[in-house]
Design a protein around this ligand. Structure first.
Ligand SMILES: *Cc1c(COP(=O)(O)O)cnc(C)c1O
Ligand SMILES: [Zn+2]
Length: 409
């Protein structure tokens, strides 16, 4: 049984019964799921979790809905030690949480799994979303698996790979002539007209909870220890905020001894409203018009931006932004050092880690976890012409020897 009390307004604390709503009627603040932590503490142990499935549902007691039957396995992705990457950056203990290894190859499978399960609970039978790309893939895939129709709204300039990887599941793909913030506004209007579950609009409080599982898995995979520092890509800011919340909850229910995790955020310079606010020392996140190859993070007016900002400041982390060239370098660095191919968002994260290390914000004496949230095959075009054949030769030994005179024989 989900050990949930209510929905609670993050701003004024007013509570609402569990329902598909996302904003406080009183102050328009965002609603969050409120749990009965005493009941959870009494129900879960490290051992009970260990007997659960190798998916996000091993943490069902810390989620707002029970495991649905028949869903594709989501989560429990590898946490790999990244010594070569650490060495390249002058760091000590670095781990990569490889969330490319989910059913549709991004962490969005986690949030969609929780949102879809809750939508079914609510009796909503059409699944929809406003997406920067990966959410579209995840909604389309999970809806197909559940036998439900889906409507997916994306900016018209999205990467072709992400559009195809959505349409292939039979989703209705609506390309909107505008940026993500336009798409999101349209979807908020559509929720009033259609009895649909827009995973990141009217069921957003439940959707957001799925991101906590990245913290849960990290702690369990480290042998029930918290890292010292995590580096997280920031789009809407929900992922970063909920990873922090995940560690806090584990402490609260007695699964972790004291967790003091510093949380750092990563943005692309072409869309860095949160990093800019951090640098300027203000509490206001001013909306921007995105222009970056990291389209999955291209949210100019981030819903959880102020909360992400607050989390980073409170935990003593940093928040930086990196250029498109640095993003490409970051993708290459991770691939060459660790054999993990991430998308542009991963390039943002690795390049930001490099910057944070150079600035001394991430330190060599820390145990660091970086979140690689989407697969590189989704954003191949962003790599540009520089990544291709080393040489093109005739099919003869002479031709090979001429092209590679120093190759060992
Ligand atoms: C959506 C997304 C993010 C950011 O998540 P938010 O909750 O919007 O901050 C990070 N990485 C990838 C690959 C994404 O698709
Ligand atoms: Zn309120």
């Amino acid at each position: 049984m989900a050990l949930v009390d209510a929905l609670r307004c993050r701003e004024c604390g007013r509570t609402y019964e569990i329902s598909p709503r996302y904003a406080c009627e009183w102050c328009f603040g965002p609603l969050e799921v409120a749990y009965d932590y005493d009941a959870i503490a009494a129900a879960v142990t490290r051992e009970s979790i260990a007997t659960g499935p190798p998916t996000i549902w091993r943490y069902a007691d810390l989620l707002p809905v029970e495991e649905p039957t028949g869903a594709l396995p989501v989560g429990w992705t590898p946490l790999v030690r990244a010594d070569r990457l650490a060495e390249a950056l002058g760091l000590g203990e670095v781990w990569v949480k490889d969330d490319t290894r989910n059913p549709t190859n991004s962490f969005k499978d986690r949030v969609v799994a929780v949102a879809l399960a809750k939508a079914l609970d609510f009796g909503l039978k059409t699944i929809a979303c406003a997406s920067t790309g990966n959410l579209a893939n995840a909604v389309a895939g999970a809806s197909a698996r559940a036998g439900l129709p889906s409507y997916v709204f994306v900016p018209a300039d999205l990467e072709p790979a992400k559009v195809r990887a959505t349409a292939v599941y039979g989703a209705t793909v609506v390309a909107v002539d505008g940026n993500y913030d336009d798409v999101n506004r349209l979807c908020a209007e559509l929720t009033a007209e259609h009895p649909w579950a827009f995973v990141n609009v009217n069921v957003r409080p439940f959707y957001a909870e799925g991101s906590k599982t990245l913290a849960f898995e990290t702690a369990e995979q480290l042998g029930w220890q918290a890292p010292d520092h995590v580096v997280v890509p920031v789009g809407s800011g929900a992922l970063l905020t909920k990873i922090d919340r995940g560690f806090e909850e584990l402490t609260r229910v007695g699964l972790l001894d004291e967790a003091r995790v510093r949380v750092s955020g990563a943005q692309a310079a072409g869309c860095s409203p949160v990093a800019t606010a951090f640098a300027e020392g203000t509490d206001t996140v001013r909306p921007v018009k995105p222009s970056t190859i990291a389209k999955s993070l291209a949210i100019g007016d981030p819903a959880d931006g102020v909360y992400a900002l607050d989390t980073v400041r409170r935990t003593g982390g940093g928040l930086v932004s990196v250029t498109d060239d640095e993003i490409r370098d970051g993708i290459g660095l991770l691939a060459r050092t660790e054999g993990i191919f991430g998308e542009t968002a991963a390039g943002v994260t690795i390049a930001s880690l490099r910057r944070l290390a150079a600035e001394g914000v991430v330190r060599p004496d820390e145990r660091v976890v970086v979140y690689v949230t989407g697969h590189g095959l989704k954003t191949l075009d962003a790599l540009g012409e520089g990544v291709g054949p080393t040489a093109t030769i005739q099919p003869t030994l002479d031709a090979f020897r001429a092209a590679f005179p120093t190759a060992q024989r």
